[in-house]
Ligand binder design. Structure first.
Ligand SMILES: Cc1cc2nc3c(=O)[nH]c(=O)nc-3n(C[C@H](O)[C@H](O)[C@H](O)COP(=O)(O)OP(=O)(O)OC[C@H]3O[C@@H](n4cnc5c(N)ncnc54)[C@H](O)[C@@H]3O)c2cc1C
Length: 384
């Protein structure tokens, strides 16, 4: 039998490592990704201010696995009826059980000018582009404004990096940072105490947070916004768009809904940002690295259980599958040279939050046995 995991982000790497442990030895395992490195994406905004972070947040895929066959190719199409995967190499691979872990793309919602002028942030190359453009503006010596559209986890962290980049260049007095959010709070999907602390951390760094303000149109140098029906145009010498996510092209831009067994079809699973997951409590799981990592465990258990049942040829009813229940101890974001953490009911800022942030990133890297990268990341985070 053959198990194929598509995408080597948090979901795909964690799932593959678990499957290496749990699958019977006669089952072959393949992981496909268009990149040959695993990107620790929740740290990619750091590259805007600290290009030296790049090395510690990319891990060569061939260093992570023991028995899995890693294929470097772009997935062009997945047929979940026939279990066939077409690759850009012209090859077609088939699977008995598959997992879609292809992450998500930036959603531009057909807002005029936004895809054309808004810089996305999903990759190291995106972060380098934002850094280059920001530094050009800062070094020009002119008064300027940087606008970030969307105040979820990535938008907050981009605004924080840009504000601190300007401060480190002694340019805070002439570079304004505006963070736009169409809902009524920063980090809209998170607890209110966390939202308040993040808003304070942004204000401390001079970020002008404008909630209930939608981006409706962008040009090369302006952003048109709408608030309670009133339109305003703001200047933008740099525009970063972190306003939402859509499914991968391979999924036709869709993020299909999966229930708590993480199955899209009887033999295809979907997890991480690629799917909209409703967990065992009926709750919508937030698209996040935390959720992608946590979903990998029940997905591996369920794939293994189904395969063992098929191999045993005992017939009868399908085995009972383990439901995914999303439960996290808290949330952490960096805000430039600071951080905000919510642990249980408590909100923590300052050195304690920075320490937590460093330990979460390093803990993840250690869990996928990238120990040297983990040590480097702690140094980068605590020095930031
Ligand atoms: C700037 C930023 C900050 C963030 N901060 C946080 C945070 O603080 N906390 C948190 O929990 N989350 C955070 N997130 C969200 C988090 O990074 C994502 O939720 C997480 O990466 C989702 O994991 P995934 O495995 O589903 O997808 P990804 O990590 O995106 O992995 C998808 C993989 O699929 C591969 N792939 C995609 N398409 C193809 C294809 N067609 N063919 C082959 N391979 C393909 C990609 O190369 C990639 O390796 C942040 C995101 C960003 C951008």
């Amino acid at each position: 039998m053959h198990v194929v995991v598509l995408g080597a982000g948090y979901a795909g790497v964690t799932l593959t490592r678990k499957l290496e442990q749990s699958l019977p030895p006669e089952v072959t395992l393949t992981l496909v990704d268009e990149a040959d490195q695993h990107l620790v994406q929740h740290e990619v905004h750091r590259v805007i201010r600290r290009p030296s972070v790049t090395d510690s947040i990319q891990v060569p895929l061939d260093s992570l696995f023991d028995r899995c066959d890693v294929v470097a190719a772009r997935v062009e199409h997945v047929d979940t009826d026939t279990n066939e995967v077409e690759l850009d190499t012209g090859e077609t691979i088939t699977y008995d059980y598959g997992a879609l872990c292809l992450g998500a793309e930036t959603a531009f919602y057909d807002l005029p000018g936004v895809a054309e002028h808004g810089l996305p942030l999903k990759s190291v190359a995106d972060a380098e582009e934002i850094r280059t453009r920001a530094i050009d503006v800062i070094e020009s010596g002119a008064d300027a404004q940087f606008v970030v559209g969307g105040a979820g986890l990535s938008g907050v962290q981009v605004a924080g990096e840009l504000a601190t980049l300007a401060a480190e260049a002694d340019a805070s007095d002439r570079i304004d940072i505006v963070l736009l959010e169409q809902l009524d709070s920063v980090a809209p999907a998170f607890p209110s105490a966390f939202q308040d602390a993040v808003a304070d951390a942004l204000a401390d760094r001079g970020v002008d947070l404008r909630t209930e303000t939608s981006v409706v149109h962008a040009t090369e140098s302006t952003i048109e916004t709408e608030r309670h029906g009133a339109k305003t145009t703001v200047d933008a010498d740099l525009f970063v768009w972190t306003g939402g996510i859509a499914g991968s092209d391979v999924m036709g831009g869709d993020r299909p809904v999966v229930r708590n067994d993480l199955r899209l079809t009887p033999t295809t699973f979907a997890l991480g940002d690629a799917a909209r997951i409703v967990d065992a409590d009926g709750a919508a799981v937030p698209a996040s690295a935390s959720a992608a990592i946590r979903a990998a465990k029940p997905a591996a258990t369920n794939i293994t259980r189904l395969i063992e049942w098929e191999l045993a040829r005992a017939g009868g009813l399908e085995p009972r599958l383990t439901p995914f229940r999303f439960d996290v101890p808290g949330w952490i974001v960096s805000v430039g040279d600071g951080a905000v953490a919510q642990v249980g009911e408590s909100v923590v800022t300052g050195a304690a939050a920075k320490g937590l942030k460093a330990s979460v990133g390093a803990g993840y890297l250690s869990s996928i046995r990238a120990i040297r990268k983990a040590t480097e990341l702690v140094g980068e985070e605590l020095g930031a």
